[in-house]
Ligand binder design. Structure first.
Ligand code: F6R
Length: 611
């Protein structure tokens, strides 16, 4: 939610900030702004709407070329409607401080009342404007900006990642984090701060992930960290990041989402590389070293990552031999779950910054159970907070709708199932060897099939786009994929879609079936097909049109209500990896057909760092 970027260096700041905001736009895109220290003033440029509106505004403004420091923000509204006044940065009343903020200051009303009593005026509805004026107020009695910044933050309750520009130190930027991500980039004669390292990846891959309660000061020449509470200086260890800038660009594809769907064969290869040796029939997950075999598993996640857990639970039970429950993080965090020492809690998150998942981690950590984070973003809060971490290594996922991250999560969860299955004797060596060989061959199958899937999907996507309501049906693991299909379709194309376990239809939902109600049924040859065929017949018998994802030879059994979309053949147990891009492309094409903003659907943001 919201992206922030700050720059201090030898280049003109405005283009660097704008480029950073372009890469952060996936985090929020209802308004944007930048503030620059220029000619003894802090100048703010803000515009509602997408970044293009801010670009237009900047191109019309006189811009001295040497403004070396500045801050920028792209917003996902929490306090106040998305308009220019509420857009960040926010200036303090004396215009000596400008602040950008990702997060929520929960006690902003009390702070605002106090400041209003002291004569401060407020122009926006935001909590951020309160905070920047509190900094101005604290500066009256503080020896320096750092102390004023910290003193103000110590009064703020809630979550924040902040970047502050001060008129009397125009080269420097102050930043702080508490329950929202922030990363510092170290360059040559220039330094950066951002919500996500993709914002400055074009300039440096040397980074420091700020810890909770840490404060940073960057200037073109240096970077210093301190503890927010004590102001004591802190040492840091910079890390080198492998992601390259190309992986955060569209690379010739029309949308990031399409590129990310087509990256899935590479994602699969990356997930398996160094972990499996299909010739030897061996599998290693060094990340699990020291962990004894869990007696129970509890998976906790949100959205698409939750669907990964739902998809994997049957595998973890059947192959891994370990009972597995899957929970939505926003529910789990408010229960008092009973978690024993022998239970492993697996938290899945692409971003590693989802507020509900992090709160669930805290709940789990209050119990004797070990925790394992499965996440994509290196150095993220989940990666640092969980006892054990497995990186899914899908590379930067820019499209707001998650695609390749799910593929990587499914791959890693499959490896976990095979690991525990082989360890517990449920998957004997010969079977393991066969399954690993099948798994290793999957990326090639996917690579070959994706172009034809992308062709075949178009007329089906038009049908979906023109439907008012859609059921996605599946059984077993395919029910999890049906959930994902419905989630993708509604978030991208705004067509109403719901997923049902196919066997549940007769308990109520089938009442909705009529000639204008489309059903998309997942019926791969996986042992459940006879049952789902019956469910498809039941829908067809009531005049409901159906798109069936299945195998061609079974089509003969259905009437004209059923349109078959043929699943490319792939080894038993791994069909999910082919069904997934079929469903992703269906929603991609439906949204494109309807002219929707595929990479940045309305009302959404990539990292949901608020509750
Ligand atoms: C849907 C989507 C979301 C995320 C959810 C969790 O396409 O992207 O449902 O999956 O917000 O995000 P992470 O995985 O970052 O915790």
């Amino acid at each position: 939610m919201c992206g922030i970027i700050a720059y201090a260096g030898h280049r003109p700041a405005a283009p660097v900030l704008m480029e950073g905001l372009r890469r952060l736009e996936y985090r929020g895109y209802d308004s944007a702004g930048i503030a620059l220290a220029q000619m003894k003033n802090i100048n703010c440029f803000k515009a509602p709407g997408k970044l293009a509106a801010l670009e237009d505004k900047l191109s019309a403004a006189p811009m001295p070329p040497l403004a070396g420091s500045g801050i920028g923000h792209t917003r996902w509204a929490t306090h106040g409607v998305p308009n220019e006044t509420n857009a960040h940065p926010h200036l303090s009343n004396n215009r000596r401080f400008a602040l950008v903020h990702n997060g929520i200051i929960e006690n902003y009303r009390e702070l605002k009342e106090r400041l209003t009593g002291l004569g401060y005026a407020f122009y926006s509805d935001t909590d951020t404007e309160v905070l920047v004026n509190l900094i101005e107020e604290e500066r009256k009695n503080a020896p320096d900006n750092l102390t004023a910044f910290c003193n103000a933050l110590l009064q703020a309750e809630g979550a924040f990642a902040l970047a502050l520009l001060c008129l009397d130190e125009p080269e420097a930027i102050y930043a702080a984090r508490q329950n929202a991500p922030l990363v510092v980039g170290l360059g040559q004669g220039e330094n950066f701060i951002a919500s996500d390292l993709t914002a400055f990846l074009a300039y440096t891959r040397t980074v420091i992930f700020l810890e909770e309660g840490e404060i940073a000061r960057i200037s073109p020449r240096d970077c210093a960290l301190a503890d927010l509470r004590t102001l004591a200086p802190k040492d840091y260890a910079a890390q080198h990041i492998e992601w390259d800038v190309q992986s955060a660009q569209k690379g010739g594809y029309k949308h990031f989402m399409l590129k990310e769907i087509f990256e899935q064969p590479a994602v699969l290869r990356g997930a398996l590389a160094g972990r499996i040796n299909p010739d030897a029939g061996t599998l290693r997950l060094p990340e699990l070293e020291g962990l004894s075999r869990p007696v129970r598993l509890r998976i906790v996640a949100c959205g698409t990552s939750y669907n990964a857990g739902l998809w994997a639970a049957p595998l973890l039970e059947q192959w891994g031999g370990i009972p597995c429950a899957v929970e939505i993080a926003s529910e789990f965090r408010y229960r008092k779950p009973i978690l024993g020492r022998d239970e492993l809690v697996i938290l899945i998150s692409q971003s590693g910054e989802t507020a509900d998942t992090l709160a669930a981690l805290k709940v789990a950590a209050g119990n004797p159970c070990p925790t394992l984070g499965l996440c994509n973003v290196m150095g993220s809060s989940l990666a640092r907070g969980a006892e054990l971490v497995i990186y899914t290594q899908a590379g930067p996922e820019i499209s707001v709708a998650s695609t390749k991250a799910l593929c990587s999560q499914m791959a890693l969860l499959t490896l976990l199932a095979l690991h525990w299955g082989s360890e517990g004797g449920l998957v004997p060596p010969e079977r393991l060897k066969g399954l690993l060989a099948d798994f290793a061959g999957l990326a090639d199958i996917l690579e070959k099939s994706l172009p034809s899937i992308a062709m075949e999907v178009k007329p089906l996507a038009e049908r979906a786009a023109n439907a008012r309501n859609i059921f996605f049906l599946g059984r077993g693991q395919n029910f999890a994929l049906a959930q994902e299909g419905a989630l993708k379709l509604k978030e991208l194309s705004y067509v109403h879609a719901e997923a049902y376990a196919a066997g549940e239809m007769k308990h109520g939902p089938i009442a909705l079936i009529a000639p204008d109600f489309l059903t998309i049924a997942l019926a791969p040859p996986d042992g459940h097909e006879a049952k789902i065929f019956s469910n498809i017949q039941e829908v067809a018998a009531r005049g409901g049109p159906i798109i069936m994802l299945g195998r061609p030879d079974k089509n003969a059994r259905f009437g004209r209500e059923v349109a078959l979309w043929s699943i490319p053949s792939c080894p038993e147990g791994f069909t999910g990896f082919v069904l997934l891009p079929m469903l992703q492309l269906l929603s991609y094409e439906a949204a494109s057909y309807l002219g929707k903003d595929v990479d940045q659907p309305r009302n959404l943001a990539k990292s949901v760092t608020v509750e």
